[in-house]
Write a protein that binds this ligand. Structure first.
Ligand SMILES: C[S@@+](CC[C@H](N)C(=O)[O-])C[C@H]1O[C@@H](n2cnc3c(N)ncnc32)[C@H](O)[C@@H]1O
Length: 288
């Protein structure tokens, strides 16, 4: 389908712009988002119409006009064609997610990670998701693994509103508990020593919040899934560099740990990578 669209667009879109579109094109439910910033109005309409002609399910096409920014990790969108709305529903791993793409974070590019984590959660576990968004990781885990409870925290009231709707849509009431607020404060107030596993899918804050993740784990320890953005050039290893940073922090907290699966999730720009480390934490010092 992408090849067909490429052929159609190549007749009226300059090749440099075509390359940009293809490096930055996502479909979420019935909305397509192009991350290029330089579409002029004439080309924009053509591009939008041709995307909708080829992808019959797409009813709306937006350009992303800012990076993902702020505490809520949202982006600004500018309508290129189709219906003027930013709310949609999409399916992933047998779950359905309702989301407003202008008010909440959502990335279809984390599909593999969400499935991977659902595959490592064991029956009966208690999971804390410190940066849950509209609940994708939490709900996929609740539906496909067999945890006792997933505490699912987000600081964005809109994200928590959609998370609550998604809990209903996927019938995981009682299994996924949406919690609105700063995960540092919520962990301190309600979730100390509760979790077998903590998810930290917010690379910008994961290092700062690592002590809070430790304090959410049961006294005997557990697993932390730590996401980072890592710069690496030439022969530098993005995973090795992330490990060094995390090891320095864990050593300063006197935690015992070992690294499990570590991988590059995706490339996020020239010489920049999103990485993930699965960290097995041993019994915790009493200060936690
Ligand atoms: C990169 S998104 C991850 C969303 C989700 N895990 C997903 O895969 O769709 C990070 C989320 O963390 C939330 N967030 C940012 N700071 C936070 C904090 N201090 N406490 C709780 N949530 C926070 C944002 O609102 C955003 O929804």
């Amino acid at each position: 389908m992408r090849q067909r669209l490429k052929e159609k667009l190549s007749t009226n879109v300059p090749s440099e712009m075509l390359r940009q579109i293809y490096n930055s094109f996502d479909i979420v439910g019935d909305i397509a988002i192009i991350k290029t910033l330089s579409l002029d109005n004439v080309n924009a309409e053509k591009v939008a119409n041709q995307i909708m002609a080829i992808h019959k399910g797409v009813k709306t096409v937006f350009a992303q006009t800012s990076p993902v920014i702020g505490d809520y990790r949202v982006r600004t969108l500018s309508l290129l064609g189709g219906e003027d709305r930013t709310e949609t529903r999409c399916k992933e791993r047998g779950c359905v997610f309702s989301v407003d793409l202008a008010k909440c974070y959502f990335s279809p590019r984390l599909l593999f990670e969400r499935s991977r984590l659902a595959g490592v959660v064991k029956k009966g576990e208690i999971v804390v998701n410190m940066f849950a968004g509209v609940g994708c990781f939490s709900i996929i885990i609740a539906k496909t693994a067999c945890p006792t409870q997933v505490y699912s925290i987000d600081i964005n009231p809109e994200a928590v509103k959609y998370m609550e709707e998604n809990v209903k849509l996927n019938r995981v009431y009682g299994k996924v508990t949406p919690l609105l607020g700063d995960s540092k404060e919520i962990v301190a107030a309600k979730l100390r020593w509760k979790a077998d596993r903590v998810l930290m899918p917010l690379p910008e804050k994961a290092l700062e919040y690592l002590p809070d993740a430790l304090s959410a784990l049961k006294e005997g320890g557990g697993w932390i899934h730590f996401y980072a953005f890592q710069h690496a050039v030439g022969n530098e290893d993005p995973i090795g560099k992330t490990k060094q940073k995390v090891a320095a922090k864990l050593d300063s907290l006197s935690a015992s740990y070992s690294f499990g699966v570590s991988r590059i999730v995706r490339s996020t720009g020239p010489n920049w990578y999103q990485t993930v480390l699965d960290i097995k934490v041993g019994p915790l010092p009493s200060k936690f």
